[in-house]
Design a binder for this molecule. Structure first.
Ligand code: NAD
Ligand code: UFG
Length: 338
């Protein structure tokens, strides 16, 4: 069964492609490599013994995408392709609206044209904005988003609901990811950010390897256990497996469904620094700095819906994820660039 994986060369996409191959699926990656490296394909081949089929195509380019839909026998689409940097989205909102919305619309139109019924969408816990109640369930209020990136996720969710209403053949899983960290245990694939990392874990690993002097801990006066921000960090392999569980669910012809994919456990920034230090027997120098604008106190998921309906549950601990993040960073000090 061919699964079209847009953005499949990226961080979460590449881990999902590995899981797909290992479960006997036949993934086809479409990626324009705007935020990933071609090298990842060889790494996937080393892990799985299979080099996935790859098209270097912009998903917004409907003519090029049509050729793929025409020539391949696609049973489902997992749509990872999109831009994801919050700060950049504030500076370049049109670039974000253009890429994230148009890539999704392009794929959906082609799915309708070629009668491909099953669609998995990478949404984000960011759609919940600053949650009023924790843990966050799928019923929690959405829409209070404070940046263009987050708004693209919210807007796409609304588009998907409208499209599903009038296309009863479509089965759509909206997966709201919490904070993915970690890497494949082989250390062959992992997160390889361009420039200065925006996210906590890649920043920690770059400090640990000596690329950055120290971690800035953004604020210590949040209403949390130790004053630093609390998030729900999920190992990327657990997250990848959530997509396979979603594909099984879509096969039951379930229409549109929404799932939180997290661990259900909150970890503060300082707890994460400690976990990383303990897991890897390393020191991570840090300094408390000002809050980062737009950050919230705490965010963690209630995953009981995914546990029950997808029969899926995150298995890796934060310590294991810290080990795997460091394993990738230490084996690949310059990411996929030698
Ligand atoms: P990533 O940047 O590593 O992967 C995205 C991939 O999409 C990249 O390989 C990039 O080259 C590709 N891409 C972007 N625009 C494209 C286009 N128009 N055509 C073809 N390819 C295109 O990001 P990721 O962390 O793997 O995230 C995957 C998805 O999950 C994204 O939609 C992201 O918004 C979402 N998400 C990520 C996080 C996170 O913290 N990583 C959290 C919540 C949601
Ligand atoms: N943090 C630091 N120092 C850093 C980086 C982060 O202290 O150098 C703190 C943040 O203040 C926050 C926590 O670490 O408390 C996590 O920050 P991340 O940037 O790793 O993650 P966010 O929860 O802020 O954002 C992530 C994704 C967004 C997504 C959001 C909700 O980056 O794309 O989760 O899903 F929208």
């Amino acid at each position: 069964m061919s699964i079209l994986v847009t953005g499949g060369a990226g961080y979460i996409g590449s881990h999902t492609v590995v899981e797909l191959i290992e479960k006997g699926y036949d993934p086809i990656i479409v990626d324009n490599l705007s935020n990933s490296k071609i090298e990842v394909l060889d790494r996937i081949a080393t892990i799985t013994g299979v080099k996935p089929k790859f098209y270097k195509v912009d998903v917004c380019n409907k003519d090029e995408m049509r050729k793929i839909f025409e020539s391949e026998s696609i049973s489902a689409v997992i749509h990872f392709a999109g831009y994801k940097a919050v700060g950049e989205s504030v500076a370049k909102p049109l670039m974000y609206y253009n890429n994230n919305l148009n890539s999704t619309i392009s794929v959906l139109e082609l799915m309708l044209e070629y009668h491909v019924d099953n669609f998995v969408f990478s949404s984000s816990a960011t759609v919940y904005g600053d949650p009023k109640v924790l843990p966050i369930t799928e019923e929690s209020e959405v829409g209070g988003v404070t940046n263009p990136y987050g708004r693209t996720k919210y807007m796409i969710e609304e588009i998907l609901k409208d499209v599903a209403k009038v296309n009863s053949n479509l089965n759509i899983a909206i997966l709201r990811y919490f904070n993915p960290i970690g890497a494949h245990p082989s250390g062959l694939i992992g997160e390889d950010p361009n420039d200065i990392p925006n996210n906590l874990m890649p920043y920690i690993t770059q400090v640990a390897i000596g690329k950055r002097e120290r971690l800035g801990v953004f604020g210590s006066d949040y209403n949390t256990v130790d004053g630093t921000g609390v998030r729900d960090y999920i190992h990327v392999v657990d997250l990848a497996r959530g997509h396979l569980a979603a594909l099984d669910k879509l096969d039951t012809k379930c229409g549109l469904t929404i799932y939180n994919l997290g661990t259900g456990m909150g970890t503060s920034v300082l707890q994460m620094v400690n976990a990383f230090q303990t897991a890897n027997k390393l020191k991570v120098p840090f300094v408390i700095t000002d809050r980062r604008p737009g950050d919230i106190d705490a965010c963690y998921a209630d995953c009981s819906k995914a546990n029950k309906e997808l029969k899926w549950q995150a298995c890796y601990s934060v310590e294991e994820a810290c080990k795997d993040s460091w394993n990738f960073q230490s084996k690949n000090p310059n990411g996929y660039d030698y």
